[in-house]
Ligand binder design. Structure first.
Ligand code: HAM
Length: 418
């Protein structure tokens, strides 16, 4: 008999990988608690209407990706494709507005019927964070800071980029939609059938299109920033100011609209070049008005979700490189070799991974081994350098070289490598 297989697009997490999942989850929980977030768990099945009203009926998720079925009484249910709508439903139903709880996190499986590929599954898992009732732009920046800080803590730092945009609000966005619609109608002949349909249903959705001619058409079209109202502009500027204050690097992406209809003002994504087509590690934004639309109090909201499988894939990529030394010592001559031998021990005490050439070989061949080691930095010490109490520091990715004081090595290397 043929052995049975898991459902397409759904995978088993085997013990070795599960351990990594546990580590990531624990790190998330520990960090989120520092910012006052509490755990919430909701059922994986909800009435279909919740997602239709919450996410929007013109979105890909609702139009084609939900696992929806009817029970024997003809009631329609869907496996949750995301957690925001469910958390809001739970907040309203349990009248949590009367408690002090307004910041939540939820870790768990989500379901979307998409074409499976690397980093894209039909059952996947999200680390989800939501904050209700805070209008101030401080929370927008703080939540993005928290997301990037989390990735940094688990060992993903230089590998991701934060992209932000503003999507306007219910006052200014309709005007932009009209302008975009008027623009796109003129190019109807060049757009894919999906986008032609979107023009009239919700033209903003065209920004999600992966078809190159549609992308090109949008690149020369209007961008929302030029049409937002004064309040939205002030909010966006403040968000950027706070991000800078917190030392968070970001890039504005005026074409990023996110795949869910509930966003207003701030939208953001954390993207990477390491995962092929599935470049979003996470995404989120503000959704003022959603809670009211779902029948609850008129509280603003903001949140994000990170894709667990994508984090794990990234961690594995990062881990592959993590056995590389941080620093490779190239030592030329007897005295520099002895001094370098000690420097290696000192730097290791400071937590750097240090490798050196133990043999007396030429600069050229030591350089070759340094290159092969994939250390980002080489330190070169010869007789002259030793006499002056310095080393040459070479950045291996771009070949830049400069002088660095030996008695200040650890401090300088820390700012360079961490
Ligand atoms: P989303 O952008 O649809 O946002 O999903 C967030 C993240 O979930 C994505 O960036 C990706 O890492 C992961 N993800 C999505 N679909 C898949 C899939 N098929 N396979 C693997 N990973 C996937 C939301 O879901 C919003 N609810 C986020 C949010 C929370 N906004 C405000 N609060």
């Amino acid at each position: 008999m043929e052995p049975l297989q898991a459902v397409k697009g759904m995978r088993d997490i085997l013990p070795e990988e599960a351990e990594l999942w546990r580590f990531v989850e624990n790190q998330a929980i520990e960090l989120f608690k520092l910012f006052g977030y509490k755990e919430i768990r909701t059922p994986i099945l909800e009435k279909t209407e919740l997602f239709v009203r919450g996410i929007g009926d013109a979105t890909d998720i609702v139009e084609k990706e939900m696992y929806t079925f009817s029970d024997s009484k003809g009631r329609s249910y869907s496996l949750r494709p995301e957690a925001t709508a469910s958390i809001i439903r739970a907040f309203i139903q349990n009248q949590l507005n009367q408690s002090q709880d307004r910041k939540f996190f939820l870790i768990g499986p989500m379901f979307r019927h998409e074409r499976p590929q690397k980093g894209r599954y039909r059952q996947f898992h999200q680390i989800n964070v939501e904050a209700f009732g805070i209008e101030n732009s401080m929370i927008d920046a703080e939540i993005m800071f928290m997301a990037t800080e989390f990735l940094r803590r688990i060992g993903i730092k230089k590998d991701v980029e934060l992209e932000i945009n503003t999507l306007g609000c219910s006052l200014c966005r309709p005007k932009f939609k009209e302008i975009l619609k008027d623009y796109l109608v003129k190019f109807e002949g060049e757009l894919c059938p999906d986008c032609v349909r979107r023009i009239h249903k919700n033209p903003l959705r065209c920004f999600d299109c992966k078809v190159q001619t549609c992308k090109d058409t949008l690149k020369t079209g209007p961008i929302i920033y030029n049409y937002i109202c004064k309040d939205c502009e002030t909010h966006f500027k403040q968000v950027m100011e706070y991000l800078s204050l917190l030392g968070v690097d970001f890039k504005i992406n005026p074409y990023m609209v996110r795949g869910l209809d509930y966003y207003v003002r701030t939208a953001f994504e954390i993207v990477t070049a390491h995962l092929g087509a599935q470049n979003a590690v996470g995404g989120g934004g503000r959704y003022d008005g959603l809670m009211k639309d779902l029948g609850g109090p008129d509280l603003p909201g903001i949140g994000f979700a990170l894709g667990m499988e994508r984090i794990i894939l990234l961690l594995e990529e990062v881990k592959l490189n993590s056995n590389n030394p941080d620093i490779y010592l190239i030592l030329l001559g007897e005295k520099p070799r002895k001094k370098g031998f000690l420097i290696a021990q000192d730097l290791r005490k400071e937590g750097f991974k240090v490798e050196m050439d133990y043999e007396e070989r030429s600069l050229k061949s030591q350089m070759r081994t340094a290159d092969k080691s994939k250390a980002p930095v080489a330190l070169i010490i010869g007789e002259d350098e030793l006499n002056q109490g310095v080393a040459q520091i070479k950045l291996m990715n771009n070949g830049l070289q400069r002088i660095i004081e030996l008695n200040n090595l650890a401090v300088e290397l820390k700012t360079l490598l961490r």
